[in-house]
Write a protein that binds this ligand. Structure first.
Ligand SMILES: [Zn+2]
Ligand SMILES: [Zn+2]
Length: 273
């Protein structure tokens, strides 16, 4: 069983180059049983370079019904959204999440000091690694504490995804208090931790010697009582659907993860790995 519940199409995510048909075909070709479309919704995006903003959700709801009709069984296509977090837009996120019939609501922190990490370049160089990691994970924690209408906290390792230093890693030991605060928020609200395989893929493409997330991060989540984990390839093109899922299954099993989940009508559905 494979559920890839974090993906984007070019219809509503301007940074994606994949049509829904291409996504469906790629999911089938890669042995995916459950595919989620989670279009970007970056309300009040402060980054001047970022083309990702908001979209017409009524239009998305209509179009998704068409996409679902064209999806051949047994592939299950789920309707989601990925909100970019900022503290002042919590009411917007919770209102939109509540007033639409999404299957999956993903929350993401794409920003570091007002810039999308994607466009950050070397601007971060005036901060230390520990400072960046601590600050970023604390915002993840705040996001999970302040919002309520979500299911999944996405790509906790986004802060390093586009880092030009290929040997810089996000470790649990960089900011254990921030990680514990983040996990406490997720677990107390029965929300899900995403393991993002686009981050793995990007680390591989950079030539990093370590490409998997720090096992201590996942071990600590489990030790604190975390039960919900989802996988997302965060695909923007058809060639990465389900990428690194086989390796990740092996990696997670060795850490002691026995179940993953996806969301349907906002309810977690777990399955063994
Ligand atoms: Zn994202
Ligand atoms: Zn995404």
């Amino acid at each position: 069983m494979r559920a890839d519940i974090h993906n984007h199409t070019c219809h509503f995510s301007p940074d994606a180059k994949m049509t829904p048909d291409e996504l469906i075909n790629a999911a089938i070709a890669n042995g995916i049983d459950v595919a989620g479309i989670t279009e970007h919704y970056e309300y009040d995006n402060p980054d001047p370079e970022d083309t990702v903003q908001t979209f017409d959700i009524d239009e998305y709801n209509l179009r998704f019904e068409e996409w679902k009709r064209s999806c051949p069984p047994p592939l299950k296509l789920l309707k989601g959204i990925e909100f970019g977090y900022q503290s002042h837009i919590v009411p917007v996120i919770d209102r939109i999440a509540k007033s639409n019939d999404f299957d999956i609501v993903i929350l993401s922190n794409h920003l570091f000091r007002g810039r999308d990490v994607y466009f950050l370049g070397d601007h971060y160089k005036d901060t230390s690694k520990i400072e960046r990691h601590n600050e970023y994970i604390n915002v993840m924690a705040e996001m999970c504490e302040k919002c309520s209408g979500y299911d999944v906290a996405a790509h906790f390792d986004y802060i390093n995804r586009y880092n030009t230093d290929k040997e810089e890693y996000l470790l649990y030991d960089d900011c254990p208090k921030a990680f514990d605060r983040f996990f406490e928020a997720l677990i107390s609200k029965n929300k899900c931790l995403e393991i993002n395989t686009r981050s793995v893929y990007k680390a591989y493409m950079k030539g990093s010697s370590i490409i998997m997330p720090d096992r201590k991060i996942i071990e600590r989540y489990l030790a604190m009582g975390g039960e919900l984990i989802s996988l997302g390839s965060d695909s923007h093109t058809p060639d990465t659907l389900g990428i690194y899922f086989d390796d990740m299954y092996e990696y997670l099993r060795a850490i002691g993860v026995t179940e993953l989940c996806y969301f349907e009508k906002r309810q977690p559905v777990t399955f063994g790995i």
